[in-house]
Write a protein that binds this ligand. Structure first.
Ligand SMILES: Cc1cc2nc3c(=O)[nH]c(=O)nc-3n(C[C@H](O)[C@H](O)[C@H](O)COP(=O)(O)OP(=O)(O)OC[C@H]3O[C@@H](n4cnc5c(N)ncnc54)[C@H](O)[C@@H]3O)c2cc1C
Ligand code: SF4
Ligand code: SF4
Length: 1012
């Protein structure tokens, strides 16, 4: 029998100070290290303050500045870097997507980021059902390749778009379907790794191991034998346990064995080791057939307790997932128009919680039988008619999306209190789940906060994050809540660390969980593998206390410097109530940057902006794969600059300019970032401050003032367009303005729309009456493609609308100020916006709708106008402003637009403008085009076209601009049949398509006009 341990001792006393020491006392010849890395590797060596700052955080509350960063090009680079670091005795931290929640991916070390280049599938063995990959490949990228073979890697973490296989193995990650497929450790067959001294070793089945792997395996086996009694006594006997090292590979304790045949696999020692034992070079991971069929039963519960109590019975039916959505999440989904109908279709009455119970398999009929068994079981549990069966794929997918979105909305809470992850994945045996959750809810209430519960009821791992303010009393509350939660975990014989790893927030709890002797055994494992303690020190063994505030992102002394923003950010400048989540009034949050600081701090580093799905975010990351050129890198750079961590120049500094340089202001992040980071707006704020300090360039003036000189250029178009006809002038122009000589600039036209149709001057008598539209003649369509506006006018008139084309009281066309915003000339933009608002408002008040064609201009009336300090009128204009296609779809829905179009038997290849996607308008584009009989619309799954206003015209951005277009847009256009219509509503998009694929693209209005 093991000796009794003092398990009640405060965890703080047990914690070492390793990482603190490393973080605060590291003595490194960084310059010498960087120089050697540059000499001996082909990778990017990033030792500047901004790069180190960007790699100093993960999705946890911690921040530790690394010594430097290497982005290796090849595996040889990693080997060389490890040898160099070992010589300098510099710690090393391997990094994937950096999405860890516990701080395991931050440290005072040389960070090696494998995601840019080391992301290949190196072998596919269909016979063995295994695939070999490099560590930097993201799960979605791998599964996209496997899907072609009807296979997938089934550890389906929610961060699948950005989590890498290296990081998943590092953390022993688990997916929603772990009850069916196990954790990462059950799905890793072998790891080829470098040890701390640079030697390479192959970790696989113990029986076949040789060399260093064998030696290490033997030594760990001896430890396991020596500590057998402790392992039996102390090890949590639950399916989900990821804390400590997997010493029990030699003495399995989990209800789910490590291997099917009971053979020991040494790779399993490395899984969950959080980069502390070895650096992975290649991983061999398991494949599973993609289930041909899935069915979902949504069980509605009158109380949360009953939902939790039922999980233990439901799992006996053999589901692939049992996922919880609680009342708060149901309400969040109901409050969102996009999700209301989906969630309501899954509800019966007003449930306090629902469980999503999924069955999957190769045949449909047995799954339907399982669904029937679920209904019977729930009936037996006293809840007849409580299951909503969803047997169709689209309905199931829609509901899973709601579950994900609910979490995102929860994470977007404004104010300094945030849902903090530190006890988010304690795992308890299912029979105790109901009592555990009830009592932990009481713990939260006692501490003046609350948590929303969600996720993996199937394996007793429910996620919950109490709302804490880490700048004020968060550390104290975190400790108190953690200690009470841990007491519950002990009472119910659970695992404190059940999914997200140990990192900085839970490593000190390893001793609490496993006792001093096993903790010492873990330290011995660490020393066997890494005698000098160079691999990710301070994680799992010899950790710092979790509440050492010096290691926090918001550490003592952290403060945003005072700043007078040019845009209105007051909506972010609020406090929240941790118990009710109610917000104080805008502008009351005490942000010295009047809300801009808090808006920037919304980024919690979850890394979703590293995705490569069908969405938009983030085009510059998609082509560069640089941390600096993604939304997260930008938000972090801004936060560091605003809080004085990048020097005294703050927001107007060069590192900020560099990070924002390739942001194309597509607004993809505004919609797709879970916390709603709106980098396009942040870039406007930055440009204003930067240009105020450094002055405007000739190009800024040329771009910004376009709406002012466009009328003059239209009078002398041959002169204005001369540059396009003369290569010499184009080259000279490039030298003077930076606008690329090889790009033809849009050609000015004498026949501007506003000079060829009757116009109404602002300030005159306003006609009232139904079916009135003010057609907003934006600068781009008006000056370069007036036929688009003419087409829109014809279609609207044919539909029975009275169309007014409004110009300013001086006769100058109206303008949204977009060009000024993109040049950082915010005061000019405000003047233009005010002039436009003043002109439009009387018409809006008389009942007219404002309809525009150019997405970036018209949508500005709904977006930027609200933060330009234009007064209350901006709030009236916003809901009355529509894109042409939105207006058609809305009017048609209301039965007011009934125009019959002629058949147009053509294929239309549709590219959406980023702002259309950001504002959810694409469905209206489809609806408008669907009114044309015979027209077959095919959407191009594209991100940004890469032109993005003047961005693509700039010589410095040529390569990136074209690379963005080549990701999917241009190849799709080139493949389109010659008689297909190419449809794109953005002026820039049409230009890019013309330049890159030599195809003329049309605005939707032109397509509808063709069918009149
Ligand atoms: C919103 C959100 C949802 C999440 N959902 C889940 C979930 O459903 N399930 C789950 O399990 N986790 C989840 N996580 C946690 C996290 O996303 C996963 O653990 C993920 O697998 C980490 O992958 P990564 O590439 O970001 O790893 P990183 O954070 O970069 O690294 C993780 C660890 O692995 C180590 N590592 C990375 N590469 C190597 C290498 N080459 N050699 C050795 N060690 C290496 C690192 O040093 C680090 O210790 C979630 C996180 C967030 C923010
Ligand atoms: S910018 Fe948004 S998506 Fe990217 S890491 Fe930050 S919060 Fe996540
Ligand atoms: S606006 Fe677009 S390019 Fe800029 S950070 Fe957001 S998604 Fe990336």
């Amino acid at each position: 029998m093991p000796e009794a341990h003092d398990l009640g001792a405060p965890a703080r006393a047990a914690a070492g100070s390793g990482a603190t020491k490393v973080a605060l006392d590291v003595r490194v010849q960084a310059a010498a290290l960087a120089a050697e890395l540059r000499r001996h590797t082909r990778g990017e060596v990033l030792f500047d303050a901004a790069s180190r700052g960007r790699y100093s955080t993960d999705a946890s509350i911690y921040q530790i500045e690394p010594v430097g960063v290497l982005v290796p090009q090849t595996e040889d680079d990693v080997a060389a870097a490890l040898a160099i670091a070992a010589r300098h005795e510099v710690p090393v931290l391997a990094r994937g997507g950096g999405t860890s929640q516990c701080g395991q991916t931050v440290g005072a070390a040389l960070v090696i980021d494998t995601t840019k280049h080391l992301r290949q599938v190196t072998a596919l063995d269909l016979d063995r059902g295994e695939v070999e990959v490099q560590p930097g490949i993201a799960l979605d990228a791998l599964n996209a390749q496997l899907g072609r073979h009807g296979l997938w890697h089934p550890v389906d973490v929610s961060t699948s778009a950005q989590a890498t296989l290296g990081g998943m193995a590092g953390n022993n990650s688990c997916g929603s379907r772990s009850i069916a497929y196990g954790n990462m450790v059950h799905n890793v067959a072998g790891i080829d790794a470098w040890l701390a001294d640079g030697t390479q070793a192959n970790f696989g089945p113990f029986a076949e191991a040789t060399g260093r792997a064998r030696e290490l395996g033997e030594a760990v086996r001896a430890l396991a034998l020596r500590h057998a009694a402790d392992i039996d006594a102390m090890w949590p006997k639950v399916m989900r346990r990821v804390g400590g090292y997997n010493l029990d590979v030699f003495r399995p304790q989990s209800p789910r064995p490590y291997t099917d045949d009971g053979r020991v696999n040494l790779a399993h020692l490395l899984v969950g080791s959080e980069g502390t034992l070895a650096c992975f070079r290649r991983l061999r991971v398991a494949l599973a057939p993609l289930p041909a069929h899935r069915v979902l039963g949504v069980v509605n519960f009158p109380t949360f307790y009953r939902a939790m109590d039922s999980a233990q019975h439901i799992v006996t039916l053999g589901p692939t997932a049992v996922e919880l959505v609680d009342r708060t999440m149901i309400d969040l989904a109901r409050a969102n128009p996009a999700f209301r109908s989906v969630i309501e279709s899954a509800l019966i009455g007003e449930p306090e919680a629902i469980l999503l119970v999924e069955f999957a398999g190769s045949e449909r009929r047995p799954l339907l039988a399982q669904l029937a068994r679920l209904e019977a079981l729930i009936g037996d549990l006293g809840l007849p008619d409580a299951v909503v069966p969803l047997a169709d794929d689209p309905a199931q997918k829609a509901l899973w999306e709601v579950r994900k979105a609910g979490l995102n909305i929860m994470m977007s809470l404004r104010g300094d209190g945030k849902p903090v992850s530190f006890i988010e994945d304690c795992a308890v045996p299912l029979e105790h789940l109901a009592e555990y959750t009830a009592r932990l809810t009481e713990v939260f209430a006692r501490h003046g906060t609350r948590g929303t519960w969600y996720a993996h009821a199937s394996v007793g791992t429910l996620h919950v994050r109490p709302i804490l303010d880490m700048r004020v009393d968060g550390a104290t509350l975190m400790r108190e809540i953690a200690e009470e939660a841990s007491a519950l975990v002990r009472e119910f014989k659970g695992a404190y660390s059940g999914e997200h790893g140990d990192g900085l927030s839970r490593s000190e709890w390893v001793r609490w969980q496993f006792g001093p002797r096993l903790t010492e055994a873990f330290e011995q494992i660490k020393d066997l593998f890494d005698p000098k303690g160079l691999f990710n020190p301070g994680k799992i063994v010899r950790p710092p206390p979790m509440d050492d505030r010096r290691l926090f992102r918001y550490r003592p002394g952290y403060a945003i410097a005072p700043l007078e923003p040019v845009l209105d950010w007051s909506a972010w400048d609020v406090h929240n109530d941790p118990a009710t989540e109610l917000l104080t009034e805008p502008g009351t949050g005490g942000d010295p940057a009047r809300g801009f600081g808090k808006a920037v701090e919304m980024c919690n580093n979850n890394g979703h902006c590293r995705k490569f799905d069908a969405g938009t975010m983030c085009p510059s990351f998609r082509v560069t794969r640089d941390e600096a050129h993604g939304t997260r890198g930008r938000a972090n750079t801004l936060r560091l600059a605003l809080s004085g961590q990048l020097g005294t120049e703050g927001l107007a500094s060069e590192p900020v300019r560099e990070a924002l340089e390739l942001c194309v202001s597509c607004k993809g992040c505004r919609r797709e970032c879970p916390t709603g980071i709106d980098m396009a707006k942040m870039k406007v704020e930055f440009l204003h401050h930067y240009k105020q300090r450094r002055g405007y360039t000739l190009r800024d003036r040329l771009v910004g003032h376009l709406p002012r000189y466009a009328a003059w250029a239209a009078r002398l178009p041959w002169l204005a367009n001369l540059r396009n006809r003369s290569p010499l002038l184009a080259r000279l122009g490039e030298r003077l303005t930076g606008l690329a000589a090889q790009r033809a600039l849009p050609g000015f036209r004498r026949d501007r729309f506003t000079s060829t149709v009757p116009v109404t001057r602002a300030g005159g008598v306003v006609q009232a009456g139904a079916r009135r539209v003010v057609l907003f003649a934006d600068t781009f369509d008006n000056s370069f493609e007036p036929e688009n506006l003419a087409a829109a006018r014809r279609v609207l008139q044919a539909g029975g609308y009275t169309v007014t084309v409004l110009v300013g009281d001086d006769g100058r066309p109206l303008c949204c100020g977009r060009t000024y915003l993109s040049a950082g000339m915010v005061e000019h933009a405000r003047d233009e916006a005010q002039r436009t608002l003043d002109a439009l408002l009387p018409h809006v008040r008389a009942g007219a709708a404002v309809v525009g064609l150019e997405p970036s201009c018209l949508l500005g009336l709904r977006d930027e106008f609200l933060v330009l300090d234009l007064g209350e009128g901006a709030k009236e204009l916003a809901p009355a402003s529509f894109l042409f296609e939105e207006f058609i779809a809305r009017e048609a829905n209301a039965g007011r637009f009934t125009l019959d179009f002629k058949p147009l038997p053509r294929t239309a290849l549709l590219h959406g403008h980023c702002h259309q996607k950001a504002f959810g308008v694409m469905s209206d584009v489809h609806a408008a085009l669907a009114r044309v009989p015979g027209l077959k619309v095919q959407a191009i799954e594209s991100s940004c076209c890469g032109m993005a206003g003047s961005f693509g015209y700039e010589a410095a951005h040529q390569d990136v601009s074209m690379a963005m277009a080549e990701v999917s847009l241009l190849p799709a256009v080139r493949k389109a049949p010659a008689d297909a219509l190419v449809v794109a509503d953005g002026t820039s998009c049409r230009q890019q398509i013309q330049h890159g694929a030599q195809r003329a693209a049309l605005h939707v209005a032109r397509v509808l006009e063709m069918a009149l």
